[in-house]
Design a protein. Structure first.
Length: 140
């Protein structure tokens, strides 16, 4: 999906042919909640997708993330306002939103990533771009 998602975004999302809806999945414990909230706090500064990408690239080292200190290197790398980010994360500003998002994913039957619903067709798992392209083109 690391190679496929940018192609989907470039050819379908940026052109207005599709939209991407992201759902937080919290099934791996406290760290996934903290990281989900961190991505939303980055989003408050216009950097949600960039934080999400860093989290995925560094998921092995972030598996035990529980606090601002464990995420601080990402904040610096993205050039975020550290005080604003820390206040956001520590206040739990997005905790309810993340919980509601996870509940929506559960209601939709999404238990793992990647899952894409395209006009009633569900594509599950890391598929080649051509698999998504077929479904996306048929949906238009």
């Amino acid at each position: 999906m690391v190679e496929t998602e940018p192609q989907i975004i470039e050819q379908y999302v940026r052109t207005g042919k599709a939209r991407l809806i992201y759902r937080h999945l919290l099934q791996l414990g406290e760290a996934t909640r903290v990281l989900a909230e961190a991505s939303e706090c980055a989003g408050a500064q216009g950097r949600f997708w960039e934080m999400r990408e860093l989290i995925y690239r560094r998921q092995n080292e972030l598996f035990a993330a529980r606090s601002y200190e464990s995420i601080a290197p990402l904040v610096g790398e993205l050039g975020l306002d550290e005080a604003q980010f820390r206040a956001c994360l520590e206040s739990g500003q997005f905790r309810q939103q993340v919980a509601e998002d996870y509940a929506a994913a559960q209601r939709e039957g999404i238990a793992s990533r990647p899952v894409m619903d395209i006009n009633g067709t569900r594509v599950v798992g890391a598929q080649p771009f051509a698999a998504f392209q077929r479904v996306l083109d048929a949906a238009r």
